[in-house]
Ligand binder design. Sequence first.
Ligand code: ZN
Length: 552
Amino acid sequence: MSRFPVALLLVCSVAAAEPLPDAAGLNKLAAQYAPVELRLDLAKLPANELAALTRLVQAAEVIDGIFLQQDWAGNEALLLRLSADKSPEGQARLRYFLVQKGPWDRQKDYQPFLANVPAHPPEANFYPSSSTKEEVEKWIATLSGPEKEGAMGFYSVIRKTSDGKFRYIPYNVEYQNELERAARLLEEAAGLTQQPSLKKFLSARAAAFRSNEYVESDVAWMELDASIEPTIGPYETYEDQWFGYKAAFEAVIALRDDAETAKLSRFAAELQGLEDALPIDPKQRNPKLGALAPIRVVNQLYATGDAGHAVKSVAYNLPNDERVTREHGSKRIMLKNLQEAKFKMILVPIARAALAAADQKNVDFDAFFTFVLMHELMHGLGPHDIQVGGQKITARQALKETASAIEEAKADVAGMWAMQRLVEKGTLPKAMEKTMYVTYLAGAFRTLRFGTSDAHGKGMAVQLNYLLDHGGVTVGKDGAFAVDAAKMKEGLTGLTHDLMTLEATGDHDGAKKLLETQGVVRPEVQKLLGRLKAVPVDIDPVPVTAQGLLQK
Ligand code: ZN
């Protein structure tokens, strides 16, 4: 573990250390995650589908073990030790370890909360712990062709051989035993289900676990349309904080919400019309949007691995592999029961603390849910493929390190802009005009509580400051925030224009300046965030129904 001389490491950790929390402190930390029981009605599932679902929940357990290994080599041994300690202190340590999936607090810049663990390794367990980022970078630079692709790819780890040379090891070798177990469970589920697209995905995914070739099964996942909606495999690369190359394993086992999925599909018909009306230079609009990516509204039964720690996603777009998305786009999954839980446990209490009395009662789940959907849809609208100095390039490439924050803020404000248009058109109910802005504002504070170090937080600070400057959001003498609907509408349109124009022109300097000057928490907002301390940071789903299946 010593990438630094030991003496230096000690000095660093002493300088940065807060005292480790005791049992009461750990319970307090855990209490920031409000327990919510996930109970789903399985009565409508035929016996064979229920049996398939049980196999998938079991496979998700296997995935959890792989994720622990990926994140830190010491995780599994530590978890065993913690599980064996039945004292109240031991149970408190275990509980918070399970929330964080590791001994570091993800909400506190990865500070350790347990004794005798090293500083959090930013390279996770994807790269040799005895090497530096520069050494790995240098080695990758010497490679070419398939070797380079393998080393930089999503589905391999980098290790050192006994002679000190680097090599990459594909996931199907590195996690061979676990992936074989997961593959068998998926195959059993494939044999049980009568739903063709589910059968196809599960068979293809099992094959991918063995071959390390994920493209075909990613495509099958895109086409999956069944009452059971599993997301299972290596996906996001956030855990690789050196290069963002390596995909962490996760599983989300869910059931499709048919009524909501049907309701949302009608928005699909609106997208080209929205693109054609975007508040940007008409030349920058896309005259022909690609085929609409599928959207699924689901209720989560069980989530593990990278999908099961600290702050939970309420919606996600996958896959990330460009070999798939170039041709097939990506699929959007919305976790409705998690959204309802977060709305109730977090957004409503935030609204109570933050908003003027008249606005509080208008905070509404339907507006919240529609906004999350619109955010997801708006990632597909606006400028993506652009030209800078005659060169074809993507907005993401041109905006470099600012791209994520700009794109997240764009998806938010354009989502609000789109909702407003759909209200005017009658596609959304007129009543939403009353609820959407205040709900959005309460949501802004929810995001800002996590700070401005990540793309969502920074992007949200830009939005809030813009709206404060343009009068869409006001602060009363008592510190309560209020909304001016007419100015809000103008402000959201103006900021949609500004952000999309930065993307259309690939204006990296402009984006950087905007984030530096506006991506900050102002004193009046900071004061409010101080008042939100008692509101849970997130939910801690208790998978009651899934546990019932595992015990059968
Ligand atoms: Zn987003």
